[in-house]
Design a protein around this ligand. Structure first.
Ligand SMILES: [Zn+2]
Length: 44
């Protein structure tokens, strides 16, 4: 699930799997869909 976080006066969208930040929710959601499948460390 993508979470919102405030940093430098801006709202960022963070991938909960790897912690990467995006400035657009759409980008974060799209990334996380792929991240889930490609990053097994989340499950370990
Ligand atoms: Zn990610």
């Amino acid at each position: 699930m993508v979470t919102e976080t405030e940093r430098d006066g801006m709202t960022w969208y963070q991938c909960e799997v790897c912690g990467m930040l995006f400035d657009a929710r759409e980008d974060a959601t799209q990334h996380e869909d792929n991240c889930d499948a490609e990053d097994p460390s989340y499950i370990q």
